[in-house]
Design a protein around this ligand. Structure first.
Ligand code: HEC
Ligand code: HEC
Length: 305
């Protein structure tokens, strides 16, 4: 419901949103709703994360996440197939409730989901929201997304609906504060992990050399350019400030300790409290910076520059 708490709000018009006819029939539609428009710099005072409209979210945004897309590969897959809490990527959605043959999120679950989705939106500048950038084609201004491209342009009906929803938020509510994950610390203390396997394991470079685990040049340290490239790649698996949503800290963790159920590359950490993993958590939180490595992250190889 739209809150009537703010006196400054007044009813302007009954707006019915119409979804563009270019989309197929299954395209979601915006709720037919009475829009409250605010005047001047009055703030929205809904008691929800960032003042976002919960009804709108539940009716029109959440169905996008479970929408059947025809298959099980890349962008044929429903968002929820990859974005459950267990996957530990941003946009952690709760497991669906199953009851009498129906599969759905309860209202309480939807509220929890919305709180998580709200971390990815920026009502003060909706188009910069991470939730809009990830599924959007990079050629249309989107960000690289492991899940693939879902929207060729920002005219896609799903993009527009989510943008409309973000606009219901408090315009003074911004994105989450940015946490700087330090490059210098990465280069000095994190990158060597990729070439220093634990016993009976293969180095990350064996399988991820085309990604974040660029091999070091023979007998010397990575060039700064190589480190920058590796860092940029790894950052797609790091959610700054949120170790729990960072796949880099999750994939190589043993499932018994809360890690991913599957990783072709085996495990590196057998406990959440593994000192190396804890040192990496501090880095993801923005607390570890510079080139003085903590003892858990001291490696002799490759030779220092
Ligand atoms: C095939 C699996 C898969 C599907 C399907 C998928 N995603 Fe993702 N998504 C990922 C993975 C893995 C990440 C974390 C790595 C990354 O950012 O690419 C991610 C990251 C994200 C992020 C965070 C990006 C950032 O700023 O860090 C958002 C937002 C997101 N996905 C939204 C969506 C939405 C919305 C859908 C459905 C339209 C979707 N994803 C479908 C796998 C998927
Ligand atoms: C034997 C090959 C192999 C090795 C060695 C390996 N991995 Fe992987 N890794 C994979 C494969 C294949 C995938 C994708 C399928 C999966 O999740 O298992 C993957 C997935 C990942 C992902 C998630 C990527 C995504 O798109 O969500 C991360 C993060 C990761 N590995 C980190 C590491 C780290 C860190 C190391 C070294 C400590 C490592 N891997 C070693 C094969 C390997």
């Amino acid at each position: 419901m739209i809150s009537r708490a703010t006196q400054a709000l007044f009813l302007v018009a009954a707006t019915v949103f119409v979804v563009g006819c270019s989309e197929q029939e299954s395209a979601p539609s915006a709720p037919q709703t009475v829009q409250t428009v605010q005047t001047g710099d009055a703030a929205v005072t809904r008691d929800t994360p960032k003042g976002l409209d919960f009804e709108f979210y539940r009716e029109s945004v959440e169905p996008i996440f479970i929408r059947y897309r025809g298959g099980f590969v890349g962008s044929d897959t429903a968002c929820v197939a990859c974005h459950t809490v267990q996957a530990n990527a941003p946009l952690g959605l709760l497991p669906l409730t199953e009851e009498n043959g129906e599969v759905f999120w309860t209202e309480a679950q939807s509220r929890e989901n919305m709180a998580n989705v709200a971390l990815l939106v920026n009502p003060s500048a909706p188009e910069t929201s991470r939730i809009l950038a990830a599924p959007l084609a990079p050629t249309a201004g989107g960000e690289a997304h492991s899940g693939g491209i879902f929207w060729d342009s920002s005219d896609h009906s799903e993009y527009r609906l989510i943008a409309q929803w973000i606009a219901t938020g408090d315009p003074s509510a911004g994105a989450e504060p940015t946490v700087d994950v330090d490059f210098e610390f990465f280069r000095a203390c994190v990158q060597p992990i990729f070439v220093n396997p634990i016993d009976n394991a293969m180095p990350c470079t064996e399988c991820h050399s085309g990604q974040f685990a660029i091999p070091n040049p023979d007998n010397s340290y990575w060039t700064v350019e190589q480190s920058q490239e590796s860092f940029a790649e790894l950052m797609t698996f790091v959610d700054p400030g949120r170790p729990d949503y960072s796949r880099f800290l999750h994939k190589p963790l043993h499932p018994n300790a809360g890690g991913d159920l599957m990783h072709n590359g085996g495990r590196r950490w057998y406990s959440q409290d593994d000192p190396e993993r804890q040192a990496l958590e501090a880095w993801v939180l923005g607390d570890a910076t510079g080139d003085q490595c903590p003892s858990a992250l001291q490696f002799d190889f490759p030779p220092r520059p």
